[in-house]
Write a protein that binds this ligand. Structure first.
Ligand SMILES: *Cc1c(COP(=O)(O)O)cnc(C)c1O
Length: 373
């Protein structure tokens, strides 16, 4: 099946006796045991599993082409489950522009139990020299946040395999529609389902899809079930509902972002546009090879200082000045001030999540804001 079809049908597991065409929300936290002490409905207690969560995990597995998935209450708890599952003392190789929430986890929560190097993973040849005897994980984020850097998933998978390392890809910016890291050799794909998969800025969630049900998956599964950072039945219902339109939303996001990037790249008030779909993007060729589209995220450097950049985000009327991404509404933010004083993000960088409004309205809005700058 193609992704549009999978997205609509793969989560419809529940054969309700009422004949529902879509799955109802299962709020029960506990499930009847049979006479033999078993669980005839397939569920015991909703922290361990719940019909809505099972359905969500199933559709995500199908879309990513994996073996199994674990859904979490946020992207952060999904990623954290991987770090928690590593042996204490393990070393991690992660990108220098890793999603700042994960960087913060490693530096504040896992400081003392894990060690890490944050390096430029776009230069594949550099990676091997950072591998130590205790290295156990290579973590990649592509496209990256907020610089939209692209890593060569297939090339890094080969390095990970050669050294016996777990290879995980934060594929949040791509969504399962644009890129499937498992097919390129990754062991685990991570998504913040809060973003494109949810798509309407109204549900927080995360997920991991695994290439195999191996020993590491068992550890993560135990962290999911026993740690208990799981999404509610309602969260899962919302995500399943959103996934049905994911492929079409992504097409719209990509089309709008491409037009906006092309408009902005020639604008006199703009110093640089970071969008993997532009031929000028340093990893454009890799993006073209491993993605089916270039996504709805772009970052720009405006001419001038932080104050000038902030003036732009304060002047727009259709874009909402807010963090996050992947929703139907366009969002704009001055990124360095979100990331705080330790951020290395340029002070004149504005990150844009291009939504599904009419692109002419978005361009006119940004054009007016840049003129007011
Ligand atoms: C938002 C985001 C996360 C974290 O997800 P939450 O759902 O906010 O916890 C991780 N990685 C990337 C790339 C993100 O954009």
């Amino acid at each position: 099946m193609n992704p549009e079809t999978t997205a609509i049908h793969a989560a419809n597991l529940v054969k309700a006796t009422t004949g529902d065409v879509t799955s109802p929300i299962h709020l029960s936290t506990t499930f009847f045991r049979g006479e033999d002490g078993g669980y005839p409905g397939g569920h015991m207690y909703s922290r361990v599993s719940n019909p809505n969560r099972t359905a969500l995990e199933q559709v995500l597995t199908a879309l990513e082409g994996g073996e199994t998935s674990c859904a979490f209450s946020s992207g952060n708890t999904a990623g954290m489950a991987i770090f928690q599952a590593l042996k204490p003392g393990s070393h991690i190789i992660a990108p220098d522009d890793m999603y700042w929430g994960f960087k913060k986890q490693l530096m504040t929560i896992f400081e003392g139990t894990l060690t890490f190097d944050f390096i430029d993973l776009t230069v594949t040849e550099n990676i091997a020299q950072y591998i130590k005897p205790n290295t156990s994980l290579i973590w990649v984020e592509t496209p990256s946040n907020p610089l939209l850097k692209i890593c060569d998933i297939e090339a890094i998978a080969k390095i990970a395999k050669k050294h016996g390392l777990i290879f995980a890809v934060d594929s949040t910016f791509a969504s399962p529609i644009l890129q499937n890291p498992i097919a390129l050799g990754a062991d685990i794909v991570m998504h913040s389902t809060t973003k494109y998969i949810g798509g309407h800025s109204d549900v927080l969630g995360g997920a991991l899809t695994f290439a195999a049900k191996n020993e590491f998956w068992e550890k993560v599964k135990n962290i999911q079930e026993t740690g208990g950072a799981v999404p509610s039945a309602f969260d899962c219902f919302l995500l399943i509902r959103s996934i049905k339109t994911l492929a079409y939303r992504i097409k719209g996001h990509c089309g709008n972002a491409e037009k906006l990037a092309n408009y902005l790249k020639n604008h006199p008030q703009i110093e640089a546009v970071y969008y993997p779909g532009l031929v000028s993007h340093p990893q454009h060729e890799i993006a073209k090879a491993q993605m089916r589209g270039f996504g709805g995220m772009l970052s720009i450097l405006t001419k001038g200082d932080a104050a000038a950049a902030r003036k732009v985000v304060n002047s727009v009327k259709i874009f909402s000045q807010a963090t996050s991404l992947g929703g139907v509404e366009s969002l704009i933010e001055h990124r360095a001030s979100v990331e705080g004083p330790t951020s290395k993000t340029p002070q004149n960088l504005i990150r844009i999540s291009v939504g599904l409004e009419n692109i002419d309205d978005l361009i006119a809005d940004l054009d007016a804001a840049l003129a007011a700058k």
